[in-house]
Design a binder for this molecule. Structure first.
Ligand SMILES: CCCCCCCCCCC/C=C/C(=O)SCCNC(=O)CCNC(=O)[C@H](O)C(C)(C)COP(=O)(O)OP(=O)(O)OC[C@H]1O[C@@H](n2cnc3c(N)ncnc32)[C@H](O)[C@@H]1OP(=O)(O)O
Ligand SMILES: Cc1cc2nc3c(=O)[nH]c(=O)nc-3n(C[C@H](O)[C@H](O)[C@H](O)COP(=O)(O)OP(=O)(O)OC[C@H]3O[C@@H](n4cnc5c(N)ncnc54)[C@H](O)[C@@H]3O)c2cc1C
Length: 664
């Protein structure tokens, strides 16, 4: 039977080259080819099915994690997949697993903090999956405050070993993914003690389980921390708890790139900054920004396709009702999210470049850009994950009642995504790091140190403090220079105001504590400026394909103007724009919505997601929503029997009881 494309009329209206846009989204023709091939490979393999995840018990779900991970590894070997292809495979399998931490944190930590010798010893084992590693930093009592960790690693010069110990209940490692059941090894972040002296937190490679029978090694207590938010979702991951009772490891298992302990027990600090111990977090925060664009684009794809299928009200003379996507309120909620997905994609690409650049500099002992890399990764991780978590929930609401069904894919996506606001650094704690960096930048302005990189705009602070926005007509808001000037003036004025207020306190620390809410807002303004700037820079590059650049430019304007609208309090209070200019933003936004409206299905098709990856009946490529929703309902285990199992025990006696009462 020929399949009907229920979104065909929408696709016939598209004014740009969707195939060319797919390349822009993927990053290159080759990246698109790899993504396309691997996503189809996953979609066609029954072991990777995921439509039953929300009804599996925890044990069954974890078992599918193990099965999928083992099968993925088998396919990686059989097909000789490259590192990039293997990473795409894990991405499209779309089930949080211990493998994410093994490849995403354990290996990068050894690469970043291990000496050459240590890398030579451990990396081949990890690459061949002969050991499984996790990243165990957080404890029951401390997560954000890394310096407050309590686990100790005390050097014993007699045996040339470290003794790992958990001195208190709150020092139990708590949360690490993969720790609970799968990992054989962990990177343990622990206080280093030599000769009675505490040198702060350092990383150690520790074997946890036997490589023969997977039993915990002597002195180790280990398990899973329990069920997490939502059905399915992050429960496929074995987040774990771990305690050490005087566990001994050889001295060479302390990661020694940043500092070393000699055979005699002498502590040596190299000229590498100690913050490199936190390097893995910088790496992962950078990947989380790109992941945000994936999660948001996925929710937006579902909500956009469904909004084009769904009709409510407006029928005249028995004609069709209005597609809900044509309601301006729907557009005003949905299109900025679509624009954000693209914006995060591009800022994620840039952040990847920044990270590669800082890594190369670090290898050449140039540490000058590390503070900026830390501020950018921390701030953008925070900004994009918070907006994505909120955006997924907005997409659920945009889909009305059906969005609440698990078969819409949105509840599980939300549940699996929201911890991104917490892991790899609580979003508020990270924004406070950005504001510290900003305050330092402002305090150095008069000293001759020229701000560079993402804070270069602060170099024109005198101009930014008094400039006026050059908008007379709504169309003026389309000029990149006007948008940039408004965002720069807002960010600069908010940071300078914070700096001025801080100077009124007797100590910097007291001021920071008292003004932390304002400081967080200044950090958000700075991070939004980065996203807008990087999007505008992207548009300055050559982008081939009919109409592609025009659509991307329209989305860039939607992203920037919707932020000005949302944060108009900041822009108005700091005198960056006038009330009249704020109202012109809305006029321009409406016009932009009309411009992208015929193209939105093309703009979400460009994500090139398979129906398997989307995992949503509402977001199906063919838009055949109602028959499939109807069909799906009958698959629910409750519908296995017409009369429910508890009928005779509970319903019938109740009904009979009521009958007797009624007769009385
Ligand atoms: C293909 C990839 C797939 C990836 C798949 C991954 C899947 C993800 C799954 C999720 C797994 C989750 C894992 C985790 O959550 S791991 C645990 C993460 N924990 C955190 O993020 C803790 C957050 N806390 C911190 O980062 C720090 O402790 C904090 C920054 C808050 C430190 O504050 P504090 O004021 O105490 O700072 P310090 O005294 O320690 O340091 C001060 C100076 O150091 C600078 N700094 C801080 N962090 C960094 C860094 N990472 N890099 C560089 N520099 C850093 C800080 O700015 C200070 O500088 P100044 O002295 O100049 O002001
Ligand atoms: C799903 C998931 C997976 C994880 N995986 C891992 C892993 O693999 N390995 C690992 O080591 N850890 C992991 N973690 C732990 C994670 O990194 C921490 O939970 C995270 O860093 C936040 O720390 P916390 O839990 O101590 O939060 P807290 O710091 O206790 O935060 C609680 C509240 O206090 C606020 N707060 C804290 N400090 C400040 C401050 N200075 N100023 C203002 N407000 C503040 C926060 O904003 C928040 O609202 C994971 C966590 C989750 C949820």
């Amino acid at each position: 039977m020929e399949e009907i494309d229920h979104l065909g009329h929408e696709r016939s209206k598209i004014e740009f080259d969707v195939e060319a846009m797919k390349i822009v989204w993927a990053g290159s023709q080759r990246a698109l080819e790899v993504s396309d091939r691997i996503s189809r490979l996953v979609a066609s393999d029954p072991i990777f099915r995921k439509d039953d995840r929300t009804i599996l018990s925890r044990k069954e779900l974890f078992n599918t994690t193990l099965r999928k991970s083992a099968h993925a590894w088998k396919r990686i070997i059989e097909l000789r997949l490259t590192e990039e292809e293997a990473s795409r495979l894990r991405f499209y399998i779309d089930q949080p697993a211990f493998m994410d931490l093994h490849w995403g944190m354990f290996i990068p930590a050894i690469k970043g903090q291990g000496t050459e010798e240590q890398q030579k010893k451990w990396l081949p084992l990890a690459y061949k999956m002969q050991i499984i590693g996790c990243y165990a930093q957080t404890e029951l009592g401390h997560g954000s405050n890394v310096q407050g960790l309590e686990t100790t690693a005390t050097f014993d010069p007699k045996t040339d070993e470290f003794i790992l110990h958990s001195p208190t209940l709150t020092s139990s490692k708590w949360w690490p993914g993969g720790l609970g059941k799968a990992s054989t090894h962990a990177l343990i972040y622990s206080r280093l003690i030599t000769d009675g002296q505490d040198h702060g937190v350092h990383g150690f490679i520790v074997q946890l389980r036997s490589l023969d029978d997977h039993l915990p090694l002597p002195g180790i207590t280990i398990g899973d921390i329990g069920i997490k938010f939502g059905n399915g979702a992050y429960n496929s991951m074995d987040n774990g708890v771990l305690r050490f009772d005087h566990v001994r490891i050889p001295r060479d298992q302390m990661l020694m790139r940043v500092s070393q302990v000699t055979r005699e027990g002498k502590y040596l600090q190299s000229d590498v900054p100690r913050q490199l111990v936190y390097g893995t977090m910088v790496y992962v925060r950078q990947t989380i920004v790109s992941d945000a664009s994936c999660a948001l684009s996925r929710a937006v794809c579902i909500a956009t396709r469904y909004s084009a299928v769904r009709r409510q009200f407006g029928s005249q003379d028995g004609g069709p009702e209005t597609q809900v996507i044509d309601y301006k309120t729907q557009q005003n909620r949905l299109f900025p999210l679509l624009a954000s997905a693209y914006a995060y994609r591009f800022v994620g690409e840039w952040l990847k470049w920044l990270y590669t650049d800082v890594t190369q500099r670090l290898q050449a002992n140039d540490f000058s850009t590390l503070p900026e890399a830390h501020a950018c990764t921390a701030g953008l991780k925070s900004l994009t994950t918070s907006a994505t978590a909120d955006g997924i929930e907005e997409c659920r609401k945009l889909c009305g009642g059906h969005g609440y069904l698990c078969s819409s894919g949105l509840p599980e996506l939300f549940a699996v995504y929201i911890p991104a606001c917490t892991y790899e650094g609580d979003n508020i704690v990270l924004l406070l790091q950005v504001s510290r960096f900003l305050m330092k930048t402002v305090s150095q302005l008069g000293s001759g140190i020229k701000p560079v990189g993402t804070t270069a705009y602060m170099g024109q602070v005198e101009h930014l403090m008094q400039c006026h926005c050059d908008v007379q007509r709504a169309e003026d808001w389309l000029k990149p220079s006007v948008i940039l000037a408004a965002f720069q003036a807002r960010a600069a004025r908010m940071s300078v105001a914070c700096a001025q207020n801080l100077s009124k306190f007797s100590s910097q620390e007291e001021g920071f504590a008292e003004l932390s809410a304002d400081l967080v807002e200044a950090a958000v303004a700075h991070c939004q400026l980065i996203v807008v700037t990087k999007y505008i820079e992207k548009l300055q590059q050559a982008i081939p394909g009919k109409g592609v650049k025009e659509q991307l430019a329209a989305l860039c304007n939607i992203y920037a103007l919707s932020l000005i609208h949302k944060h108009q309090g900041d822009f108005l209070a700091n005198g960056c724009i006038t009330p009249k200019q704020a109202s012109l933003v809305n006029w321009q936004l409406r016009s932009l919505y009309a411009q992208v409206r015929p193209n939105v299905i093309g703009l979400v098709d460009a994500f090139n997601y398979t129906d398997h990856y989307l995992g949503s009946i509402l977001g199906r490529y063919d838009g055949n929503v109602y028959p499939k929703l109807y069909e799906e309902a009958w698959k629910d285990p409750l519908n296995d029997s017409v009369v429910p199992d508890g009928y005779h025990e509970f319903i019938r006696p109740m009904l009979k009881q009521q009958l007797r009462t009624a007769r009385l």
